[in-house]
Design a protein around this ligand. Sequence first.
Ligand code: SF4
Length: 236
Amino acid sequence: MARSVASKPAGYDWPDSGKPGRDCPRCPRLVAYRQECRAAHPDWFNAPVPSFGPLSAQLLIVGLAPGVMGANRTGRPFTGDFAGDLLYETLSRYGFANGKFDARLDDGLVLSDCRITNAVRCVPPENKPLPIEIATCRPFLQETIAEMTRLRAIVALGAIAHASVLTAFAARKSVHPFKHAGKYDLPFADGRNIAFFSSYHCSRYNTNTGVLTTEMFRNVFAKVRDFLDNQLPKRK
Ligand code: SF4
């Protein structure tokens, strides 16, 4: 059985909180890229992107990493590049977001019972974090998961986010292979089972090539909605 996320696997250096500082120094390559972006675009966010949505949410969505022109520019996950259009439209459709998404921090969009984070908080060159960077940032993902005391479901967007969540729970990849619209149970510290869903990433590449259609993406969130509404014991 997988160990709980709160068991703090050996070798992890846990941060004091789930929030890296703006100048987090842990990944030298990403720090160098951050400095390049700050020099070229001083008006951009250019820092580890914080999670978006209420701590009290039952659903956590885990993306890969900020896009350079998206979250790295605006400071909010999936805001400012193509991937956000499909994600936020889908979240609105299934009641996880309210308001109009306009790809700006001040668009007034509010998440409902849903929070969004990334497996890697800093923008990687060419959208490709290295394995060491994914591992180095994982304590922040673990802390994000651990601080969500009402968490009941996670959706991983893409195989890398899927694998990082599994490692955060010390769950074996061989028995939880990535599959679009797949679902597994992951045990949590207090005995809850977290329903773990996965989807192909809603990137422009995946949608342009037909790897992911709008219908396939909606299907994942329809399952999550049904799980939260109909498959959980009602809270008193
Ligand atoms: S990716 Fe994560 S661990 Fe690495 S520098 Fe950014 S915030 Fe720090």
